[in-house]
Design a binder for this molecule. Structure first.
Ligand SMILES: Nc1ncnc2c1ncn2[C@@H]1O[C@H](COP(=O)(O)OP(=O)(O)OP(=O)(O)O)[C@@H](O)[C@H]1O
Ligand SMILES: [Mg+2]
Length: 397
């Protein structure tokens, strides 16, 4: 399926520093780097995190602070980079990618970072700028109301309620709020700005349609090297939450819109776009771009696209492998969360793919590397024994 390159020897013994190893996306990335013959060092806040206990991690280093605490994180990361030569540093969360993009020049003397330059990164990191670029390119997206930071002007711009409000630099749906009236906007907007920083107020898309993810890799030459679309037939909590089942599908129209947007933004590298179907007219609207590996990335590896290889090739200034196609109907599930969905959802016997379909891949579990699943199961228990101030992790995505 991929256009084969006989360059695999170039990867053997390459030192990779993989950050944010508490996230689920660490597992397919670790395995893929290992398959290429790389020597991978994992980093996270605890030695019991899933990446830390994976058999594909050569060594694990604890950085006991979050990337939000920039000075301390920079000091720790610099120590690690001074102690050993790394060919590539890979972030897996929004906050660490943001941090690395800011520090790209300063850290550049030690190692390359798999992250865009700051000006390009900022355009994608800010959901409002992304939406405005989308609209300017004629790509379906929710209408933006917050063209000013003045709440009165935002209220005047809103033509229909409900509206949606979310942090411009948000993650994990933290700070998302449905706004049902002008009074609610006047009440919550200032409160949310204080709590979460600048907010985006936009058209609310009814959440009864399908949601999609499109992962795209754009090479240094500005050409799309791979793109894959998968839908999210089930998510938990059932009222709105993270997907617990994904399935690869054939939607070249969505790929085309995502690629056009990334080109308009001047993006290169890996990007993960979230889309939502608008049940009012059937259009599929781009909601945001995540400038890092998706939490659901395992599905793309299973469908035949190796993002770890592409990232490494890019960093080593080699031609980036092109994957012109991918396997359709690949299904991944987070089994335990999908069980919780089954207990709660009235659609439990009608959902497609069937909840009882035995042909699926676990997003965390794999027979060749079972320990991370155990760490994943025990994590909530271990958290109970942590000091309260250490309980919050860096965002999972
Ligand atoms: N305009 C909107 N209308 C309706 N629902 C929305 C809208 N924008 C966001 N949402 C809901 O909020 C969720 C989170 O929003 P979004 O994907 O923009 O942010 P995020 O916090 O960065 O999430 P992630 O961690 O998945 O990257 C979406 O999955 C969707 O359910
Ligand atoms: Mg996001």
């Amino acid at each position: 399926m991929r256009r084969i390159q006989e360059t695999d020897g170039a990867f053997i013994g390459r030192n990779i520093l993989l950050l944010d190893c508490h996230t689920v996306q660490v597992l397919p990335m670790l395995k893929a780097f290992h398959r290429l013959g790389c020597d991978v060092t994992t980093v996270s806040r605890s030695r019991f995190d899933i990446g830390a206990v994976s058999r594909y991690s050569r060594r694990h280093i604890v950085i006991p602070v979050k990337a939000f605490e920039e000075d301390e994180y920079l000091a720790r990361l610099t120590e690690i980079l001074e102690a050993r030569r790394y060919d590539l540093v890979v972030p897996l969360t929004d906050s660490t990618a943001r941090f690395l993009s800011k520090q790209k020049e300063a850290l550049g003397k030690y190692a390359r970072a798999a992250v865009a330059d700051r000006d390009v990164f900022d355009r994608i990191d800010d959901k409002q700028l992304t939406m405005l670029a989308c609209r300017a390119s004629g790509i379906p997206c929710p209408k933006t109301y917050s063209i000013s930071e003045n709440v009165g002007e935002i209220a005047r711009a809103i033509d229909t309620y409900p509206a949606a409000m979310k942090p411009r630099y948000g993650y994990g749906a933290v700070g998302f709020r449905k706004i049902d009236s002008r009074d609610e906007l006047l009440k919550y907007y200032p409160e949310y700005v204080r709590q979460y920083g600048p907010m985006l107020v936009e058209e609310y898309i009814p959440q009864t349609g399908m949601q999609y993810t499109c992962d795209v890799y754009v090479g240094r030459d500005g050409e799309v090297k791979s793109a894959i679309v998968y839908d999210k037939p089930r998510w938990y909590p059932v009222g709105g939450g993270a997907s617990c089942c994904n399935r690869t599908i054939d939607r070249p129209d969505l790929i085309d819109n995502c690629a056009r947007l990334l080109k308009a933004l001047g993006w290169t590298g890996y990007a993960d776009l979230d889309l939502i179907e608008d049940p009012r007219d059937g259009s599929v609207r781009i909601m945001e771009i995540n400038p890092r590996i998706a939490a659901t990335a395992k599905i793309a590896f299973l469908a035949g696209i190796d993002a770890a290889r592409q990232i490494l090739e890019d960093a080593l200034e080699m031609p980036v492998t092109v994957y012109p196609d991918y396997k359709k109907n690949v299904v991944t599930r987070r089994l335990l969360v999908d069980c919780a969905w089954f207990l709660k959802s009235p659609r439990r016997f009608r959902t497609k793919p069937s909840w009882f379909n035995p042909f699926f891949h676990g997003q965390v579990f794999s027979w060749d590397d079972p320990l991370p699943s155990l760490a994943y199961l025990l994590k909530p228990v271990l958290r109970l024994f942590r000091k309260p101030e250490n309980r919050r992790q860096t965002p999972a995505a």
